[in-house]
Ligand binder design. Structure first.
Ligand SMILES: Nc1nc2c(c(=O)[nH]1)N[C@H]1C(S)=C(S)[C@@H](COP(=O)(O)O)O[C@H]1N2
Ligand SMILES: [Mo]
Length: 503
């Protein structure tokens, strides 16, 4: 029967080519793991350019939801896809070389060894072409050589065929081992996003302000302090750029009387200022965790903007990762250029060497890895606005409910953070009966600054049954946080946070 014949033919193909393909895939996986072990999640990693292509090729509707809404899950999916594609690219290189080598007369030289050597040379060249980084390319080559070496040895001692089943399975096992080893090594290399650092001298200006933030933080089990322990990140790319501060410049261009260019030294040689500033992502859930506060060190943007004498009312901030956001020059004037965070140099994940901080606005216009300030005559869409979001305006007022503790004396303790941008938070009220009656929560002492969150806490006797706790904030202008619920897209989440508490 024709169908059977086809199945048999397919089986024959699998028998003939299956081991070679498996071997090539194992080598590809080894190459990616080896490069990661050396380079970490940095631009030299062989999967970095592939990740860029993945993001560029992803339709805007998916980007719209995946980065801001799915957040780290969307990030991980795109990164995994990039890793898999990179491994397959290397597999294709190895397979092609092996095929070519097999076509050569095997009697005249040691075919498996020649094929392995040739494919390793190809892996070295290909990974250098991808990552542009010699160490990472060597890592990839060593990574690929292990599964290939295992296969060569296995095929010589066990089977005559160059890529027998046993050889292929051995190489696959080697590749899996490499993924674990490379994963551990590479994660260590990847510079952390940079979190609150305890080694800042207590008597430095930063140390004193961080000390004040510690002192003002409410003593509530499980509540994040006023300077976040872990500051969230949101990025359009899988692998962050790493501009060299010595070569980095910030240019002021467009509708200005005087275009200008500043070096890292130009900015850091000015008298440093330290500001608390809270950021919140427009794409987060209402009671989400993409809202954090840090102490930033840098210089006000005002002087730089004025020196250029802007002729337009709009500005586009552009960054080294291809990100760009537009807003008004008046908001830019109160902005800040930050090169330090929590007493340490600005971490890579938060935009080193220099990022913008624009008080009171959603996180997205706080452009990281800033390279250009372009003054515009006409408004233009930024990166997220091109994808349907409206996240360049002032933040909504929010009171979050992140902590529910049962105290030893039987009472219930609820707590969280409240934030209202430059309007400030004056009051947080809590209802423990689903919104019927309201009580004032205690607030943390305010920190200095125009754009800083506060913590709130409320303790009460349990009603003995399941009940609904609702929180709402009032901002510094006396305006109560609107009750109507709204999802994140496109203007950012709104509404009162409520959570069910079991007695
Ligand atoms: N260059 C650049 N700047 C950026 C982004 C980005 O992807 N690239 N993300 C923006 C978004 S959506 C937010 S919410 C904030 C988050 O800053 P963080 O990562 O330091 O928390 O950075 C903004 N600045
Ligand atoms: Mo964001």
């Amino acid at each position: 029967m024709e169908h059977d014949a086809r199945t048999t033919a397919l089986a024959a193909v699998v028998r003939e080519h299956g081991p070679a393909v498996l071997l090539a895939v194992a080598a590809g996986v080894g190459a990616v793991a080896g490069s990661f072990a050396v380079a970490g999640r940095l631009p030299g990693f062989v999967a970095a350019p592939v990740a860029e292509v993945v993001v560029a090729a992803t339709p805007d509707v998916i980007i719209r939801y995946s980065i801001l809404l799915l957040g780290s899950l969307g990030d991980s999916l795109a990164f995994l896809l990039a890793l898999a594609l990179t491994a397959l690219l290397f597999a294709a290189v190895v397979w092609t070389v092996h095929r070519a080598a097999a076509a050569v007369d095997a009697d005249r030289f040691d075919a498996p060894v020649a094929a392995t050597t040739l494919s390793l040379v190809a892996v070295l060249l290909f990974s250098f072409a991808l990552g542009g980084d010699a160490a990472s390319a060597l890592g990839a080559t060593v990574g690929a050589s292990i599964p290939l070496g295992v296969a060569t040895l296995a095929s010589r001692s066990v089977e005559p065929a160059p890529a027998g089943r046993r050889a292929a399975l051995g190489s696959l096992a080697a590749a899996i081992g490499l993924v674990f080893a490379g994963g551990v090594l590479g994660s260590r290399r990847t510079v952390s996003a940079g979190d609150a650092d305890a080694t800042v001298p207590a008597d430095s200006p930063e140390g004193q302000l961080l000390g004040m933030a510690r002192d003002n933080s409410l003593d509530v089990e499980g509540l994040e302090p006023l300077v976040s322990d872990e500051f969230y990140t949101v990025d359009i790319n899988q692998v962050d750029p790493t501009p060299d501060p010595d070569e980095w410049t910030l240019s002021v261009t467009g509708a200005v009387e005087m275009e200008a260019e500043y070096t890292y030294d130009d900015l850091t040689s000015r008298d440093p200022e330290h500001r608390f500033n809270t950021l919140r992502c427009v794409g987060e859930r209402l009671n989400g965790k993409k809202m954090d506060n840090a102490l930033w060190t840098g210089t006000p943007l005002m002087d730089i903007v004025e020196a250029a004498n802007p002729q337009g009312e709009y500005v586009m901030l552009r960054a080294a990762d291809g990100f760009f956001e537009e807003f008004s020059v008046s908001a830019l004037r109160s902005g800040f250029l930050a090169y330090g965070m929590n007493g340490a140099p600005l971490p890579r994940g938060h935009g080193a060497p220099v990022r913008a901080l624009i008080p009171g606005h959603w996180g997205e216009i706080n452009v990281k890895w800033l390279t250009e300030i372009e003054i515009l005559d006409e408004p233009m869409d930024g990166y997220w606005e091109q994808r349907g979001w409206h996240g360049t305006g002032p933040v909504e007022t929010v009171a979050k409910l992140h902590v529910i503790n049962r105290l030893d004396d039987g009472r219930i303790e609820v707590a969280g953070h409240a934030y209202a941008g430059t309007r400030g938070v004056d009051r947080v009220e809590v209802s423990v009966d689903g919104g019927e009656t309201w009580t004032d929560a205690s607030l943390s002492e305010p920190l200095p600054g125009d754009d800083v969150w506060r913590q709130w806490v409320h303790r009460y006797d349990s009603p003995g049954t399941e009940h609904e706790v609702v929180v709402r904030a009032t901002d510094g202008t006396g305006t109560l946080q609107p009750e109507d619920e709204r999802g994140s897209f496109p203007n950012g989440p709104a509404g009162w946070v409520s959570r069910t508490v079991n007695a």
